[in-house]
Design a protein around this ligand. Structure first.
Ligand SMILES: Nc1ncnc2c1ncn2[C@@H]1O[C@H](COP(=O)(O)OP(=O)(O)OP(=O)(O)O)[C@@H](O)[C@H]1O
Ligand SMILES: [Mg+2]
Length: 269
C-alpha cells in the first residue's frame, strides 16, 4: 500500500480538486484506491454528495477510537473508495483535547492497510502544521499542488524545507512532484512562473503535467462529481488527470505484473 499526501502551504490551490480527480483517474487505471479526507472542513465529502456530507469518517475514527474500516464508502467505481472527514470534535477543534491525532491517524492507516489497497490518497488542510504534519509523517510520497502565479511561488521553499526536516529526522517521505495548477496559458505571468520554476527546481521535481484554469473543475465540484463524469464523454479537463496518473505511476513505484514496455500489442496481426 502506497500513501500519497496532497499537501500545500497555501490554501485554495486546488488540493481537493486534484485529490478527487487523481483518485478517480488512478482507480480507472485499475489501482484499488482509497481517498481519505483529513480536512476538518470536509471538502471531499462536500464536493461529492449530500449523503457523503453526513457520513461518519476520519475524525469519528480518530476521536472515538472505533475501527476506520466500516467508515469506508463505496463509489460507482469498484476500485475507488472514500473516507470522508466525518464529524470533528467541535466547531473549533478537530480532535478532542485528550486525543492524540497523530496516534489516531496511525491507527486509521493500520486499519485500512488490512484491506489491501494499492494506493491511499490523503487530502489535507493547507499548511504543514497539525494533522497535515502528521499525515506527512505516515505518507510515502507527497504531491504538492502549486498555483501558477508569482505570489504562490514563495511557499515552495517552505514546503521543501519541511520535507527535508522530516527526512533528516529519519522520515521516509519523498516528493512525488510539484504540480502547477490553475495554469493560464494565455497569461504571461502564468508562463513566466512555469519557466522560472523549471529553471530553479532541481531535476524532475516539477511534473510535466499542468492543470489548466478551467471552469469545468469548479462546475464538477459544484455538482459533486469527478470532472470525468460531468458529461457523457469525459471533457479535456478530465484527460489532464489521466496524464497525471500515468506520470505519477512510476514516481510512486506503483507496479504490478503488467506486460513490459516492449511487450507491445500489435494493432493488426
Ligand atoms: N484548475 C482549476 N481551474 C479552475 N478552478 C479550479 C481549479 N482547481 C480548483 N478550482 C476551484 O478553486 C477552488 C479551490 O479549489 P480546491 O478546493 O480544490 O482548493 P484547496 O487547495 O483544496 O483549498 P483549501 O486549502 O481550502 O482546502 C474551488 O472552487 C475549485 O472548484
Ligand atoms: Mg481542500
Amino acid at each position: 500500500m502506497i500513501i500519497l499526501a496532497i499537501t500545500s502551504q497555501k490554501g485554495g490551490v486546488g488540493k481537493t480538486t486534484v485529490s478527487v480527480n487523481i483518485a478517480y483517474a488512478m482507480a480507472r487505471r485499475g489501482w484499488s484506491t482509497l481517498l481519505i479526507d483529513t480536512d476538518p472542513q470536509g471538502s471531499v465529502g462536500l464536493s461529492l454528495s449530500e449523503k457523503a456530507r453526513k457520513c461518519q469518517g476520519f475524525y469519528d475514527a480518530v476521536n472515538t477510537g472505533a475501527s476506520a474500516v466500516p467508515l469506508v464508502l463505496s463509489t460507482r467505481l469498484p476500485e475507488l473508495k472514500i473516507m470522508t472527514a466525518g464529524r470533528t470534535a467541535s466547531f473549533f477543534e478537530a480532535t478532542r483535547p485528550e486525543v492524540d491525532a497523530a496516534e489516531g491517524l496511525r491507527r486509521v492507516v493500520a486499519d485500512v492497510e488490512k484491506k489491501g489497497y494499492d494506493l491511499v490518497i490523503i487530502d489535507t488542510p493547507a499548511g504543514m502544521h497539525g494533522i497535515t504534519g502528521d499525515v506527512m509523517k505516515v505518507a510515502d510520497y507527497v504531491l504538492i499542488p502549486q498555483q501558477a502565479e508569482p505570489l504562490g511561488m514563495r511557499s515552495i521553499p517552505q514546503v521543501l524545507h519541511a520535507i527535508q526536516t522530516l527526512r533528516a529526522a529519519g522520515g521516509k517521505l519523498e516528493v512525488a512532484g510539484i504540480l502547477l495548477t490553475m495554469v493560464q496559458h494565455d497569461q504571461k505571468e502564468s508562463a513566466d512562473v512555469i519557466r522560472e520554476l523549471r529553471g530553479l527546481l532541481p531535476g524532475r521535481l516539477m511534473l510535466d503535467t499542468l492543470i489548466p484554469r478551467d471552469a469545468t473543475y469548479m462546475k464538477a465540484s459544484a455538482v459533486g462529481v469527478p470532472v470525468a463524469l460531468l458529461y457523457a464523454q469525459p471533457p479535456a479537463a478530465a484527460h489532464v488527470f489521466d496524464q497525471l496518473a500515468a506520470e505519477l505511476e512510476p514516481r510512486l513505484r506503483l507496479t504490478r505484473n503488467l506486460p513490459q514496455n516492449d511487450d507491445y500489442t500489435r494493432l493488426m496481426d
